[in-house]
Design a protein. Structure first.
Length: 95
């Protein structure tokens, strides 16, 4: 299994907006993607820092999402304080 992590910094007071966009626009699409295994949005409402973690069956499935990243990030226009960063990892252990 593979994980994609997007680290982000939201503008002050935009956490609920980001959650709504993810729940209403991103989740329905990503759930249909090949190899999708799950997702987590974690963050600190006080600082606006957050991490989106998506889990994928194979590296190829995870990498296939790179093409959709610009249009997905565009949904959050006016929400991010700075450009989010993407990292990918192999899941080495799940408990």
């Amino acid at each position: 299994m593979y994980a994609r992590l997007i680290n982000s910094q939201l503008l002050s007071g935009k956490t609920d907006d980001a959650i709504s966009i993810w729940r209403d626009k991103v989740a329905p699409t990503i759930k249909q993607a090949k190899g999708f295994k799950g997702a987590y949005l974690v963050g600190d409402r006080g600082t606006g820092k957050g991490v989106t973690i998506t889990l994928w069956e194979t590296k190829e499935d995870a990498d296939a999402m790179n093409a959709a990243l610009p249009q997905t990030l565009a949904l959050f226009d006016g929400i991010f304080a700075s450009q989010p960063s993407l990292e990918s990892y192999e899941v080495l252990l799940q408990v």
